[in-house]
Design a protein around this ligand. Structure first.
Ligand code: DGT
Ligand code: MG
Ligand code: MG
Length: 732
């Protein structure tokens, strides 16, 4: 028997009860290029209960062990082990209904197995290797976390066929080759496709809506043809759906979520990943003109958007599998629970969370002073909430451990210096973000930034077992305090006027004639405020500040619109437009919260907004330009810029009442595409390829031009209607 150690990267993780045993099957890709199956059946599902629970109540456990661990309230706990998962769940349910407290009974045993071994994507496996077909197999090896980055094989799949009918084509594209299956005999086609998948043996199957479209269809057609649906590295592939209610603004919306379980092959949905990395939806559009082109363009987008590299890095940080595009609460558990246990504590069940007594406050947003400014400097704290967590040792355990050595914060709460676990977790993530930034990978940097911020967020979310309104308030409240203190410092000590601020950003107005020295002043303010804040926080709270105020931008012109009500003293929060000018004199506009950012705006609106702001910022009159644009629209000169493009989110038939315009248009189309292109005509919305009625120019003037013009005009004391009603006399 030889004991071998290999490094592996986790591809899939599945578990099940098999009779009176609990089994975990992991698949991974090793550093030497082998594909590895790891089978575990010596891990017992477990949770914890107070030592005070009588033994008679925990008889279902195969073992009850006294641990030197405590719950957050300081009580001693025991660990209950079970033969399988369902016995564990039943026992927890019974204890809860007998009004006993249980701890961590809602943690999946498979994830517990991985997290306690600190496995986040990469793992080090030690054991006796055997064979599983063409693959390496380990049964009950030792596992611990690693730091290895794998080279993985990807195959894109695209299916041609109408829902409920036979598949006419399946296209597969990988790095080395592509193939189209187009047999008239559907059974043959499916058998060939499955055999091909086994032969190409990809680690990852990708597609566009790959689960609820491609794999679901293939599975259904396999069933109809009596072909076993087994595209995995071992048997047990499934495509299943679950229903859940998504609550939004007090209403429940039923949603069906499809999941694919393909042992040994990760399934990654490209559009879900693009959203997860905050790529704009229009940035990457696959070409579905035919099946093979579709698969090729999915493969190409996957590579161009660097989804794999980012998913691997994210998995190494969050512990979630490659297919996961979110999962803040799960990631938090994954990183926090094992550290908590090593510190000698267990956490509660999520269901035992006490909801907050009052709504939680977020960041501070200043009342913006509307108007047109020259030379505005923008400052923003680098990783605000994470740096607050580090500086003030904010942490769920540190809050509850009542020891003497503590750090107090501006909210009046305090955290243990020696029992805070978050600062270390955040420090590692900050370092990873810095590496991503250094490697010029803004998507990964943003993904890590969002993960860190989501950790601050989940401590204020009742769906997280570590929810605490005090912990959450310590973060956001300290954020508000730091923003206000810094603004005061910039105004009173630096002597500069602050015109707006939001959560951790500060907008400073230098005024006309200051363009040349602006960058220098910006750097000075940023350094000076950082130094001052360090001293101030050290003096007041005895902390070592990790806060850094970055100088971000110099806007030559800057505009904050007034409220729609026309009150020119009040500005709209989170709305502004700034103009930077580069070395060659080219103007670049940045819109925040203003219309151009919206996807349902036409090219007309985008062009109009840009032109209008450039004129406005260079001090030119606006009236003529507005009137000319209106009249050119009416004369039909801009018809090709009046097209709306909107994506269908649901099937056409699921809309019955309140049918939105793009769906009305899609209903008129012979073969509606996913991206509906349509115009508003005098007979309502019509798809671009079947425009019959004349365009409704008044609609475009009212809904596209008017709000953009008014965003400036209201502040000037006039409005679009006043200007255009004059037009009737001039041109009418
Ligand atoms: P930065 O400025 O890019 O270095 O990173 P941050 O973390 O300072 O991000 P920023 O300036 O966009 O936002 C300031 C704070 O607001 C941030 O620390 C946490 C909170 N925040 C912003 N966006 C999100 C979000 O999407 N989710 C959550 N939970 N918090 C957010
Ligand atoms: Mg920031
Ligand atoms: Mg910010």
């Amino acid at each position: 028997m030889n004991n071998t150690t290999i490094e592996c990267f986790l591809l899939t993780a599945h578990c099940r009860d098999n009779g009176n045993r609990f089994e975990i099957t992991l698949w991974g890709a090793s550093s030497s290029g082998e594909r590895v199956r790891i089978f575990i059946d010596d891990f017992r599902p477990l949770f914890f209960c107070p030592r005070s629970v009588p033994a008679s109540e925990t008889a279902a456990a195969s073992e009850r062990k006294q641990l030197s661990m405590r719950s957050f309230d300081g009580g001693d706990v025991d660990c209950l082990y079970f033969a399988n998962y369902s016995l564990m769940q039943q026992a927890a349910k019974r204890l809860k209904s007998a009004r006993h407290t249980v701890f961590e009974s809602d943690v999946s045993p498979m994830w517990r197995y991985l997290m306690e071994r600190m496995v986040s994507g990469s793992m080090v496996v030690t054991g006796t290797p055997g064979r599983f077909g063409q693959f390496v197999n380990f049964t009950n090896p030792r596992l611990r976390g690693g730091a290895f980055t794998p080279k993985l094989e990807v195959m894109a799949v695209c299916v041609d066929g109408v829902d409920g009918e036979a598949i006419s084509k399946i296209a597969c594209v990988d790095e080395a080759q592509s193939h189209v299956f187009a047999d008239r005999d559907e059974r043959r086609l499916l058998v060939d496709f499955l055999a091909y998948t086994q032969e190409r043996d990809p680690d990852i199957i990708i597609g566009w809506k790959v689960i609820d479209n491609a794999l679901k269809t293939i599975r259904e057609r396999c069933e109809a043809n009596g072909v076993p649906f087994e595209p995995g590295r071992e048997k047990g592939s499934r495509v299943t759906s679950s229903q859940y209610n998504r609550s939004w603004r007090g209403n429940d919306y039923p949603r069906t979520v499809w999941t694919a379980r393909i042992p040994g092959r990760a399934v990654i949905d490209v559009p879900a990943m693009l959203r997860g990395y905050h790529h704009s939806p229009d940035e990457y559009q696959p070409d579905f003109s035919d099946c093979l082109t579709g698969a090729r363009s999915i493969f190409d987008i996957f590579n161009r958007a660097e989804i794999l590299q980012n998913a691997i890095e994210r998995s190494k940080r969050s512990g979630q599998t490659l297919d996961s595009a979110g999962g803040s609460v799960a990631s938090f558990d994954h990183l926090y629970l094992p550290r908590l246990h090593r510190a000698g504590y267990v956490a509660g069940d999520t269901a035992d969370i006490v909801p907050p007594s009052q709504p939680l406050l977020g960041g501070h947003v200043l009342e913006p002073a509307p108007g047109l400014y020259e030379n505005v400097l923008v400052f923003d704290f680098k990783s605000l909430y994470p740096s607050i967590i580090m500086t003030f040792m904010i942490d769920p355990l540190g809050f509850r451990v009542r020891d003497g050595d503590r750090v107090s914060n501006p909210m009046g709460s305090s955290f243990s210096k020696n029992h805070s676990l978050m600062p270390e977790i955040i420090r590692e993530l900050l370092a990873a973000r810095a590496v991503a930034a250094e490697q010029k990978n803004p998507y990964l940097s943003t993904a890590i930034k969002l993960m860190m911020n989501s950790f601050a967020g989940v401590m204020g979310a009742t769906g997280c077992r570590f929810f605490s309104e005090h912990v959450s308030a310590a973060i956001t409240g300290t954020g508000r305090y730091i923003l206000k203190a810094s603004i005061e410092h910039i105004e009173n000590v630096c002597g500069k006027k602050v015109i707006y601020g939001d959560t951790d950003s500060i907008f400073v107005n230098l005024g006309a004639g200051m363009e040349d020295g602006a960058d220098k002043i910006g750097k000075e303010i940023s350094t000076e405020t950082g130094v001052w804040l360090k001293e101030y926080l050290s003096e007041k709270f005895g902390v070592q500040s990790a806060l850094e105020l970055k100088y971000e931008n110099h806007y030559r012109r800057f505009f904050i619109p007034s409220l729609r009500s026309g009150d020119t003293n009040q500005g709209t929060k989170k709305h502004y437009c700034g103009a930077t000018i580069d070395k060659d004199g080219a103007i670049e506009l940045t819109f925040r919260g203003m219309e151009s950012a919206r996807s349902d705006w036409t090219d007309l609106a985008k062009d109009f907004q840009r032109e209008l702001f450039i004129k406005f910022f260079s001090g030119q009159p606006l009236e003529d330009y507005i009137l000319t644009t209106v009249s050119l629209v009416q004369k039909g000169k801009f018809d090709e810029r009046l097209i709306y493009k909107k994506r269908m989110r649901k099937s056409i038939d699921s809309y019955t009442v309140n049918i939105p315009p793009h769906v009305q248009a899609a209903k008129l189309s012979d073969s509606p595409a996913r991206l509906i292109k349509y115009c508003i005509t005098q007979s309502g919305p019509q798809p671009l390829e079947k425009l019959t009625a004349p365009l409704d120019y008044q609609h475009y003037i009212d809904s596209q031009l008017r709000p953009i013009a008014d965003s400036i005009l209201l502040w000037m004391g006039t409005d679009f209607d006043k200007i255009t009603s004059g037009q009737q006399d001039l041109f009418g």
